[in-house]
Design a protein around this ligand. Sequence first.
Ligand code: FES
Length: 573
Amino acid sequence: MSKAPEELRSFRWFGAQTMRGFSHRSRMKQLGFRQEDFTGRPVIALINTWSEINSCHAHLRDRAEAIKKGVWQAGGFPLEIPAFSITETYMKPSPMLYRNLLAMDTEENLRSLPIDGAVLMGGCDKTTPALIMGALSMNLPSIYFPAGPMLRGNWKGQPLGSGTDLFKFWTERCAGTITEEEWNEMEGGIARSPGFCMTMGTAATMTALAEALGLTLPGASSIPAPDSNHTRMAMACGRRIVEMVWEDLKPRTILTMPALENAITVDMAIGGSTNAIIHLVALARRCGLELPLQRFDEISEHVPVLANIRPSGKFLMEDFYYAGGLSGLMGQIRDLLHLDCMTVNGKTLGDNLSGASVENSDVIRPRANPLASSGGTVVLFGNLAPDGAVIKTSAADPRLLDHTGPAIVFRNYADMEARMNREDLDVTEDSVLVLQDAGPLGGPGMPEWGNLPIPKKLLDRGVRDIVRISDARMSGTAYGTCVLHVSPESFIGGPLALVRDGDRIQLNVAAHSLNVLLSDSELAERRSKWVKPQPKYSRGYGALYSEHVTQAHEGCDFDFLGGSGETPEPEIH
Ligand code: FES
């Protein structure tokens, strides 16, 4: 034990013989606790993103009870604190609009309350980066507890994957190859248990990266939500966070540049969601670290894709767990990782990986037989994306990775929806679909519209992939040759705003380039005529967001939330 009880942060609230100290103690007694329960013991906040409308987190109240048991076992005092719950499925116009709100909610809960350490409970896409961003800025000892993936989906004995199979079968339904009855049957079989999406979407990616960063207990990110091991992991988190408070082991000690590089390496090896790039940049900036997009490319080039999980591969997260989980995968790329990085259990990543094994070499491929020999994501630059764009090559059609074709431009989502399936849409398999007005400010909230649907006209001809470009994001569960996160976005006058129907667009993934084949003078001429759109919000959170959100290559955090500067502890009067 490195700290005296009187040095605990919570002791400022509970230990003082003042009028306020009286008030703080009396209200804990109002809740039924004895003074010795909460004074001089680490007070642990369970920041819980449970909500009845967040089906991915349906089990988190039960898990909170398990975490509390662990906290009590270790001599701490648990308090469950509800936080804003970002549900990917329901939140409009885009859950990404609200990531920074949950990050602020987390940070300010931890700051304003008598808390010594935190267990962060989340998993559905944005909840992982948001909770960690807030915890990094507050920098109290914290463990991330992932909600865990749901069980495999099932339809007539066929495994169904969240998102991935929705997109796949929706395309087939539009093409008329499956019936309405079959479609309805799938609706009841694709989400069979609590837990987050069980493909390698953003949720599975970000929880895996939380583990790679050293912010979860070893093995925590792969356990399916309904598994008893998930409950045991919850109790273990409760026990460990109490020790972390005594040891004063804080998240910014763990989240260093080498740890971020480990996360990028793992992201590439799992064929992770493109969203991870935005979130990792934001996490780095919360620690005052710069993570340029080029670093993703440098690492990507020498990391093979080993996780054979949809949408890049064939299996689902439940299979991944049985095959050895993230520990098994990281064991395969030990030589590519910084093994001396500290993790929340007080050991290094290298220590935690000793004994890691793979039980199924088709699900977690060996280095000699990867799914792809280099990383799943490539960063592109060019006159269409001066600050960068990304493409998930592992989920794209290899034929289209070097492609030049005429643009078909949709001004916004509504325009796309209205025209996409019209018979007079002048589209061929060589066309490049461009969606404008879908970035951080344009969407607003950079919605996951980046995998634009294939026009019906092409579906009927058997075409299932064409090049698509936008300043939007794409669900990690989605697939296709989709160039995403074009920065700067069209809404603020990025070059994407200047593209017109028929302009030839050149995508060359091997050269990491994305260009519209127009002269500089033509682009300048068009720019001089570009009219800045009206802001989307005049009041409320949307106005705060619009004023302060940064572009995709900067992590879409609010400009005033980055940096490693300290916010003072609250005065208690
Ligand atoms: Fe929650 Fe996919 S909807 S993780």
